[in-house]
Design a protein around this ligand. Structure first.
Ligand code: ASN
Length: 356
């Protein structure tokens, strides 16, 4: 059996991986109130890995487990969690050849997107995974997801933040959770898979990786997200009948510094000049207002339709085909830095880590 990398063959056993356990269903156990994050993970994982055949076990890289954050259901994660994860990786960066983050699935793609911006220029794999069922559930998805994540975390050709889930390797900043129950819960709507499991092989497609395009030199950007954790960036999905007073109730609040709008289709909004006025006045005040589509797939093209024509004049930034996760965490990342508004706007429109 071979572990294929089209760049070079590699020996997973020679890698040393740090597994960061944060909670999520993957490590949950039943309590009287339902599933709850649970500890003692190293021992439980040892026990689970014993179910693999000796050959499969032997092909896994060696790893250590770190669990320094409070164990959470990932619905409790916020920008501080993203910042802590990045700083854990940066602190251990030289000691490990790759990283696996075990994370709840509900906001896993948000953490992945944020890490991609914070760890720009990353020269080794950071793989997030989780599970739809806890580790101890017979024939659940947890063990396979961990196995695949460890394999890809041991592949030195992979040099970016990615998600391994249900046999698929997805670019972290391109992925979304698309199913609340199925094992195949994640998709990358506007970018092809970075790799996949085929039979016993974990295949990486290097031509699609950041290393082949724009990785550049390591230049971790670790701004302090704390000032933005109290509601500075909002997300508004349009609905038929949305009014200007509703939009301005959020956008005109001085605590709001950035907004992600989810428009109709290729970039339309209701034909209400007052809506555009609210957007124009927010961007006139230096707030970053960006727009993507509500459609799970495709891009916005602001100004293609008369119905969306005023958006560019109102200073709204096109989010192109970015996921909500990628666009929102990019706003947080840019607003956390002491950049002039013009530079924040320019960087929003520039692909930084293959997010657009
Ligand atoms: N609620 C869980 C979480 O995000 C869902 C999961 O992990 N499957 O932590």
């Amino acid at each position: 059996m071979s572990h294929t990398s089209s760049v070079a063959s590699y020996a997973p056993q020679e890698a040393r991986v740090l597994v960061i356990y944060t909670g999520g269903t993957i490590g949950m156990q039943m309590s009287e109130h339902g599933l709850m994050p649970s500890g003692n993970f190293a021992q439980r994982l040892d026990h689970a890995l014993a179910q693999l055949s000796p050959r499969h076990r032997q092909q896994l890289p060696s790893f250590d487990i770190l669990s320094d954050l409070p164990l959470i259901d990932s619905s409790a994660a916020n920008a501080s969690t993203w910042q802590q994860l990045a700083s854990d990786i940066v602190a251990q960066h030289q000691a490990y050849s790759g990283f696996v983050i075990l994370h709840g699935t509900d906001t896993l793609s948000w953490s992945a997107a944020s890490l991609a911006y914070q760890l720009q220029g990353l020269d080794r794999p950071v793989i997030l995974t989780g599970a739809m069922e806890p580790l101890e559930v017979a024939n659940g998805d947890a063990l396979e997801n961990i196995q695949g994540a460890l394999h890809f975390a041991a592949n030195p050709a992979l040099q970016e933040v990615a998600i391994y889930f249900a046999g698929q390797l997805l670019r972290g900043v391109r992925a979304c959770k698309r199913h609340s129950e199925a094992a195949n819960a994640f998709a990358s709507p506007n970018y092809p898979l970075l790799g996949e499991r085929i039979g016993d092989d974990f295949i990486y497609y290097p031509g699609r990786g950041l290393a082949a395009s724009q990785r550049g030199a390591p230049r971790f950007e670790l701004p302090d997200y704390t000032p933005l954790t109290h509601g500075a960036v909002i997300r508004v999905a349009l609905w038929p009948g949305i009014t200007a007073w509703q939009l301005s109730a959020w956008l005109d609040d001085s605590r709001v510094k950035g907004a992600l709008l989810q428009l109709w289709g290729a970039g339309n909004l209701p034909p209400e000049p007052e809506l555009l006025n609210v957007l124009a006045s927010a961007s006139g005040e230096g707030k970053l207002v960006a727009a993507i589509s509500q459609c799970p797939q495709g891009s916005v093209h602001l100004g293609n339709y008369a119905a969306g024509h005023g958006l560019v004049e109102a200073g709204v930034l096109s989010g192109d085909g970015m996921t909500p996760e990628a666009a929102y965490t990019k706003l947080v990342h840019l607003l956390a830095q002491p950049l002039a508004t013009v530079d924040q706007r320019h960087r929003f429109l520039t692909p930084l880590v293959g997010e657009r």
